[in-house]
Write a protein that binds this ligand. Structure first.
Ligand code: SF4
Ligand code: SF4
Length: 407
C-alpha cells in the first residue's frame, strides 16, 4: 500500500482569542466536505485555544439504548434505559448558545427512542442551533415528518448490501426498514425546503463501519447507498481498542479478532480498495464517496495493518477536545468519544464549568494527539479549522468525528 498525500481540508479564518462565553454565532448550515484535487501542502496546526474560544459542536446522546444489535458494538447490550430529560436539555441550551454551539449531533444509541426528543429539538431550533441526526434508520418511517422538520442532516448507518447489513445489524429486515425510512424522509423533505435549491432540502448520508464481515463488500456497499438514494457515503474503520461505546473495559483479544481484520485478510482489503477506485471513479470525483481512495487506504488498510503490527497507525490530525464535546445520556461530559470523562453536566449544571475546570484544562494541556495511545488508534477524528467570524454558509470542515460515530 502506498502512503499517499493527505486530502486538503477546507479552511476559514483562525479563531479569535475570545472567552468560552463568547456570543453565539449564526447557525451554519451543514456543508459537505468534498475532496479537492491537487497536491497537498503541509497542513498547519489546528487551533487549540485555551481557554476554549467557542464550542461549535455538541454531540448529544439523548437516550442510552439502541434498536439494533450490531455485532461490533456493546451499546445495545446495556438494558438500562437512561435518557436526558427534555426539561434539563432545554434548560442547558441557553448556555450552549452563549458558548457558540452551532450544531448539535444527536447520537447514541438511537436518539429516536427518546421519550420526548421533539421538545429537545424545538428548544435547539429556537436557539438557532442546527441539528444533525445519526440514526439506525429503523424508526425513520415513523418519525419522518418531525425529522424533516427539525434536522438539517440525517446520517444513517449502512453496513453493506442487504444481506450483509442485516447480518451485522443482527436484525431481520433492517435494510428494508432503513430503505423505507429513507424513502419516507425523501417524501417529506421537499416540503420542508425553504427555497428551491440544487442541494437536497435534507441531506441523507450514509456511514459504513468497515470490519471483518463487510470489508469484501465495499463496492456493493457503494451500490447499496446509491440504491437507497443516499446523498453521500463514507467509510471508517471499527474502533476495537478503547472503552468507548459502552464497553466496561477494552475488548479481549478474542472479541477484537471478531471485528478486526486478520493479517491474512489484508491483501483482500487492498484488492477491494483498488477495485473500488477502479470501478467507481465518478463516485469519488463527485464526492458521493466522501473520502479519496488514498484516504481510504490510510484509514482502513493502514489502520488494520497497524493493528496486526504491520506499520504505523495513520497519523491523526484532530482538535476535537478544543471545539466539541460529547454529552452522554447520564450527563457525562467527554472531550470526544474515546477520551475519559471530564465531569458531569447534571452535577455541574454548566457546560462551561466542566470544560473550563482546572482538571479539564490540565487534561487538554497534556494531550498530544500525535503520541497519545488512544489518539494514535482513533478511527474518527475532528479537524475543525473554522471559527467565530465565519460567515453563514461558508464551507466548513464537516464533522467526520460526529459523522463517524456509531449508529
Ligand atoms: S484523535 Fe480521537 S481520541 Fe484523540 S482527541 Fe481526537 S477524537 Fe479524541
Ligand atoms: S453500532 Fe450503532 S446501531 Fe449498532 S448497536 Fe451500536 S449504537 Fe446501535
Amino acid at each position: 500500500m502506498t502512503a499517499p498525500a493527505r486530502a486538503r481540508a477546507r479552511r476559514a479564518a483562525p479563531a479569535p482569542a475570545s472567552a468560552l462565553a463568547a456570543p453565539a454565532q449564526a447557525p451554519v448550515p451543514h456543508t459537505q466536505a468534498v475532496p479537492l484535487p491537487g497536491p497537498e501542502p503541509p497542513l498547519p496546526p489546528l487551533p487549540r485555544p485555551e481557554p476554549l474560544a467557542e464550542l461549535p459542536i455538541v454531540i448529544l446522546y439523548p437516550h442510552s439504548r439502541c434498536n439494533c444489535r450490531c455485532l461490533m458494538c456493546d451499546i445495545w447490550r446495556d438494558t438500562a434505559k437512561r435518557e436526558l430529560g427534555a426539561a434539563e436539555v432545554t434548560r442547558w441550551v441557553g448556555e450552549w448558545r452563549r458558548l457558540g454551539v452551532r450544531q448539535v449531533v444527536l447520537s447514541g444509541g438511537e436518539a429516536l427512542l427518546h421519550s420526548d426528543l421533539w421538545t429537545i429539538c424545538e428548544g435547539l431550533r429556537q436557539a438557532g442551533i442546527s441539528i444533525t441526526l445519526l440514526s439506525t434508520g429503523l424508526l425513520l418511517s415513523r418519525d419522518a415528518a418531525r425529522v424533516a422538520r427539525y434536522c438539517a442532516e440525517v446520517i444513517v448507518s449502512l453496513d453493506g448490501p442487504e444481506a450483509v447489513h442485516d447480518r451485522i445489524r443482527n436484525l431481520p429486515r433492517a435494510y428494508q426498514k432503513l430503505a423505507a425510512g429513507v424513502a419516507a424522509l425523501r417524501a417529506q423533505a421537499p416540503a420542508t425546503a425553504p427555497v428551491p435549491s440544487s442541494t437536497p432540502a435534507l441531506p441523507i448520508t450514509g456511514r459504513c463501519t468497515v470490519q471483518r464481515l463487510n470489508f469484501r463488500h465495499l463496492r456493493a456497499t457503494a451500490a447499496a447507498a446509491r440504491e437507497l438514494g443516499l446523498d453521500r457515503l463514507s467509510f471508517l474503520a471499527a474502533d476495537v481498542s478503547t472503552d468507548a461505546f459502552n464497553r466496561p473495559q477494552p475488548w479481549e483479544p478474542g472479541r477484537v479478532a471478531e471485528v478486526a481484520l486478520a493479517a491474512a485478510e489484508l491483501p483482500e482489503l487492498a484488492a477491494e480498495l483498488d477495485a473500488l477506485e477502479r470501478e467507481r471513479p465518478d463516485d469519488f470525483a463527485s464526492g458521493f464517496l466522501a473520502e479519496t481512495p488514498d484516504k481510504l487506504r490510510r484509514r482502513l488498510y493502514d489502520y488494520y495493518a497497524a493493528l496486526r503490527g504491520q506499520g504505523d497507525f495513520p497519523a491523526n490530525r484532530c482538535n476535537a477536545p478544543w471545539v466539541s464535546t460529547v454529552i452522554e445520556a447520564d450527563g457525562t461530559v467527554r472531550p470526544c468519544f474515546f477520551q475519559p470523562p471530564l465531569g458531569n453536566l447534571r452535577q455541574a449544571e454548566s457546560l462551561a464549568a466542566v470544560l473550563d475546570s482546572p482538571r479539564a484544562r490540565a487534561w487538554r494541556r497534556g494531550l498530544d494527539v500525535a503520541t497519545d495511545p488512544i489518539c494514535r488508534k482513533c478511527v474518527c477524528t475532528l479537524a475543525w479549522e473554522t471559527s467565530a467570524g465565519m460567515p453563514a454558509g461558508a464551507p466548513a470542515t464537516a464533522p467526520p468525528h460526529t459523522a463517524e460515530t456509531r449508529t
